[in-house]
Design a protein around this ligand. Structure first.
Ligand SMILES: CC(C)(COP(=O)(O)OP(=O)(O)OC[C@H]1O[C@@H](n2cnc3c(N)ncnc32)[C@H](O)[C@@H]1OP(=O)(O)O)[C@@H](O)C(=O)NCCC(=O)NCCS
Length: 149
């Protein structure tokens, strides 16, 4: 069956939260903040997720996950590409993320390590940055503007 990247519906939230829990990714802040959640849907099943927290010209990319039985099929790349496209459509000029294990994966999209002190203020004040992610998680940033292409 083909999987499609589509915006999450309110009723998808429990499945997305379960996916985050399975992958030990933070759930905090996913519903509180102005957020865009994408799901990778296969029929009625959710096999992946990605979310954006929007802070004006900056976004926080978070909650990128693919169910363990479906990894290595290009689904994570599709989710990430769609999330960054959506970020550009919303007017974002840069995207940040925090990761402990997936630097190499996000490096494929142009994300580069950045000191936390250089992360824009809105993102730095997000729940992920302040409390939900371990201090050992590394911050990364990608420039989304034309000049970076
Ligand atoms: C990271 C994740 C989303 C990748 O999803 P995926 O569907 O397996 O990825 P894709 O199939 O699109 O891409 C696979 C490619 O990325 C590479 N890759 C996958 N996970 C990687 C990681 N953690 N670090 C470095 N490279 C990684 C694979 O080696 C593969 O390389 P190839 O194209 O040269 O063969 C998935 O492994 C996952 O859900 N991990 C748990 C949650 C997580 O850590 N999320 C990121 C933190 S926000």
């Amino acid at each position: 069956m083909n999987a499609h990247v589509v915006p999450a519906r309110a009723e998808d939230l429990p499945a997305v939260l379960a996916l985050l829990e399975e992958n030990q990714l933070p759930k905090e802040g996913l519903v509180e903040h102005p957020v865009a959640v994408l799901t990778l849907r296969e029929g009625e099943r959710i096999v992946g997720s990605a979310a954006l927290e929007l802070y004006g010209a900056s976004v926080l990319l978070r909650s990128v996950a693919v169910v363990s039985g479906r990894r290595g099929e290009g689904l994570g790349k599709r989710l990430t590409r769609e999330a960054l496209k959506l970020a550009r459509e919303r007017g974002a000029e840069r995207a940040y993320l925090l990761t402990e294990t997936a630097d190499g994966f996000f490096g494929r999209f142009g994300f580069r390590p950045v000191p936390r002190s250089e992360v824009s203020e809105g993102v730095r004040c997000s729940v992920e940055f302040v409390s939900a992610c371990p201090k050992s998680a590394r911050a990364m940033m990608v420039d989304l503007t034309e000049r970076a292409r």
